[in-house]
Design a protein around this ligand. Structure first.
Ligand SMILES: *[C@@H]1O[C@H](CO)[C@@H](O)[C@H](O)[C@H]1NC(C)=O
Ligand SMILES: *[C@@H]1O[C@H](CO)[C@@H](O)[C@H](O)[C@H]1NC(C)=O
Ligand SMILES: *[C@@H]1O[C@H](CO)[C@@H](O)[C@H](O)[C@H]1NC(C)=O
Ligand SMILES: *[C@@H]1O[C@H](CO)[C@@H](O)[C@H](O)[C@H]1NC(C)=O
Ligand SMILES: *[C@@H]1O[C@H](CO)[C@@H](O)[C@H](O)[C@H]1NC(C)=O
Ligand SMILES: *[C@@H]1O[C@H](CO)[C@@H](O)[C@H](O)[C@H]1NC(C)=O
Ligand SMILES: *[C@@H]1O[C@H](CO)[C@@H](O)[C@H](O)[C@H]1NC(C)=O
Ligand SMILES: *[C@@H]1O[C@H](CO)[C@@H](O)[C@H](O)[C@H]1NC(C)=O
Ligand SMILES: *[C@@H]1O[C@H](CO)[C@@H](O)[C@H](O)[C@H]1NC(C)=O
Ligand SMILES: [Cu+2]
Length: 582
């Protein structure tokens, strides 16, 4: 039944979608038939909807994906070095294979990806999370220390293996306390079809806030700010693709050169730890074709606010007067902006001397909301009903409790008054191996509904909190965003059931609510957390335990070896765990 319904939808969606903005119609007619996803339909500048035999932009990738039989392998070695990405003073920063941000992980849709992570830091554990990867049947490769594995001790390695069952843009990052803020991050691309045509793939474009102090120092200050009610310190700069000029004029911009008449794919990734920014390219609207790992029907935006962990693939039409244009990443004054710095990059048309642009920006936007016109390309309705009756509630709240016993009185975020605090040496996965269901409450475990059923959740900010938006990220699933609002949910709001946005990260607005749904279809232990690094560090997260008896467990010897090397390191470790561990 499901299969037949899927086929029918595939046909109707695909036919409507192939409206290539082409110059040479004969090529289009010959090549573009993603409705049948035939082998003759080759992915090319005028046929981006096509992919390979049986697979196209109109494939329901939750149900099926290509199996290429190909494995792509990466080695990521983390070292403790220095960097100055905006030309400021050198600071301590963690490098991956000697660089910040880390190298690109690249694969094709349906490839198997293996990544061996070696921890060459002297005095930190690590664990690598592949953000947004569904990890279908490979929960053990999710890279969350204290949930799916013990941390990788200094001097040790661990190999992750998973299938690229989706395509698009994402990033990988450490999940060991605030470590990613000090450099353990990098971009990740799985090539696949697209819902609009483009000539050239410009690759990833990361946006990150940058601090001259280390993430551990900033987090410590943030953790101790409860009495003063001060927020976290302001970022010192914003990096675009890992670079920018600084306040004193040092450093360098990122430069992009384009050819008039061509269309460019740009893969935007927000790799920040905090802060409220929006991006725009002067004179060039961004045609959004994908949000996180979910292709959307194309829509146009002049400014895009991209929450931490979110990604947008956009197509840019270089059809303006040949000149230099600013790409802007700016503090969004409509949100809780915390600094006056801005990110800039220079986009130049070929044939024009590169110089600082004199272009003016699109009109400023007056809110900090996510786009509401995200329509996933593959249409999936959610079984509707009386949401307040179907849903369970998670309140986002601030408590004065201590995340680690014996620590200072710190700022602690809580979902339903439970602050997440994982035990690095006793991950959820160890409980599963030992068939021990005696989970401590600070693991924040909540059971999902039975396999095949739908989970409905309302995430509500408690009253009296500072009006800070939180980017909520779920592992192991794309959730359906049924609705978002900026006040207290009353139950009478209109929700989107027919084809809601699907993604792995969505914002619960300051003082507001976020209504989500997801189907139990991927047994595992899946973290859901705020992606502001300081907030998950302060405990704003929980875990969904989904069908524990059906989880494909990681290979036991490698798993146990990791834990025993961690335990022996931990018994003499100099720095103590002083936060949630995530
Ligand atoms: C990195 O090196 C600095 C000194 O250069 C040291 O203080 C710090 O503990 C090291 N960090 C890690 C995680 O190895
Ligand atoms: C990790 O290393 C940083 C220094 O680079 C240190 O401040 C922090 O306390 C360390 N954390 C743990 C748990 O090892
Ligand atoms: C951003 O940096 C990555 C890695 O260096 C590079 O592959 C990519 O082309 C850059 N993107 C743009 C648009 O400059
Ligand atoms: C990055 O994420 C933060 C937190 O969600 C958000 O406030 C900010 O606007 C994002 N940055 C960009 C460049 O969109
Ligand atoms: C340039 O491209 C944009 C986006 O595709 C389009 O909306 C606009 O009409 C085009 N402008 C010109 C002058 O062709
Ligand atoms: C969270 O707290 C709210 C309000 O007290 C309650 O209605 C809800 O059931 C709780 N949710 C869970 C998962 O315990
Ligand atoms: C939020 O936390 C405060 C302080 O701990 C508590 O008094 C209040 O009941 C909490 N609100 C909810 C909705 O849990
Ligand atoms: C973490 O787990 C280990 C191993 O089971 C246990 O010995 C230790 O007491 C736990 N730590 C905390 C803080 O609960
Ligand atoms: C539902 O989706 C429509 C259009 O996609 C959007 O305008 C509306 O704001 C959404 N409703 C909610 C409650 O988010
Ligand atoms: Cu948050």
């Amino acid at each position: 039944m499901k299969f037949l319904a899927g086929l029918a939808a595939l046909a109707s969606v695909a036919v409507a979608a192939v409206v290539p903005e082409s110059h040479d119609l004969s090529i289009v007619e010959r090549e573009a038939s993603p409705a049948t996803a035939d082998a003759a339909c080759k992915n090319g500048p005028l046929t981006r909807a096509c992919w390979s035999s049986g697979f196209s932009i109109a494939t329901d990738f939750d149900q099926k994906h290509p199996t290429t039989g190909k494995t792509v392998s990466y080695n990521l070695a983390i070292t403790n070095g220095t960097c100055n990405p905006d030309g400021g003073a050198d600071r301590i920063c963690f490098l991956i294979n000697g660089q910040y941000p880390g190298p690109l992980i690249e694969a094709n849709w349906g490839d198997t990806v293996t990544v061996t992570v070696t921890n060459n830091l002297q005095s930190n554990g690590t664990a690598m999370h592949f953000h947004g990867v569904r990890q279908l049947g490979s929960c053990g490769a999710d890279g969350v220390n204290g949930v799916t594995q013990c941390p990788i001790a200094p001097g040790q390695s661990y190999t992750y293996s998973f299938i690229a069952s989706q395509f698009g843009t994402s990033w990988y990052h450490s999940h060991f306390s605030n470590q990613y803020g000090d450099g353990v991050v990098g971009p990740m691309v799985f090539h696949g079809p697209a819902s609009a045509n483009y000539d050239i793939d410009l690759g990833t474009y990361s946006l990150s806030d940058w601090y001259y102090a280390t993430a551990y120092q900033v987090a410590a200050r943030t953790l101790n700010n409860l009495q003063s009610k001060n927020g976290p310190p302001a970022a010192d700069n914003i990096l675009i693709n890992g670079t920018n000029k600084n306040a004193q004029g040092g450093g360098k911009y990122n430069y992009v050169s384009v050819t008039k008449g061509k269309k460019y794919l740009l893969r935007l990734i927000n790799m920040s730890v905090d802060n409220y920014i929006k991006v725009s390219l002067d004179n060039h609207p961004l045609q959004v074709i994908s949000s996180d790992y979910v292709p959307t029907k194309p829509f146009s935006a002049q400014w895009l606010t991209i929450g931490i962990g979110q990604r947008y693939d956009v197509v840019i039409n270089a059809n303006q007067t040949a000149a230099n244009y600013w790409f802007r990443a700016e503090v969004n004054t409509a949100c809780q902006s915390s600094n006056g710095w801005y990110g800039r990059a220079v986009w130049s048309y070929n044939g024009v001397a590169t110089a600082d642009p004199v272009s003016s920006s699109f009109p400023a936007i007056s809110d900090c909301t996510e786009p509401t016109n995200i329509n996933p390309y593959w249409v999936q309705p959610v079984p509707s009903g009386n949401f307040p009756q179907m849903a369970q509630t998670l309140n986002v709240n601030l408590t004065g409790a201590q995340v680690v016993p014996g620590g200072d009185v710190v700022v602690v975020w809580a979902l339903n008054q439970t602050t997440l605090n994982v035990n690095w040496s006793n991950p959820t996965m160890s409980y599963l191996f030992n068939q021990d269901t005696n989970y401590p409450s600070n693991l924040g475990l909540i059971d999902t509904v039975a396999e095949g059923g739908w989970n409905y959740w309302l995430i509500q900010q408690s009253s009296g909190l500072p009006p800070i938006p939180h980017p909520i990220h779920l592992h192991g699933h794309d959730f359906f965003v049924l609705g978002q609002g900026t006040t207290t949910f009353t139950g009478s709001e209109t929700l989107n059931w027919s084809n809601p946005p699907r993604r792995d990260t969505a914002t619960v607005y300051g003082g507001g609510w976020l209504a989500i749904a997801f189907r139990s279809d991927n047994p595992g232990a899946w973290l859901m957390h705020c992606h502001i690094a300081w907030h998950i560090s302060e405990g704003l997260g929980m875990q969904f335990l989904e069908q524990p008896d059906k989880i494909t467990m990681p290979e036991k010897t490698a798993y146990n070896n990791l834990c025993s090397s961690w335990n022996s390191y931990q018994s003499g470790m100099y720095w103590q765990k002083d936060d949630s561990g995530l």
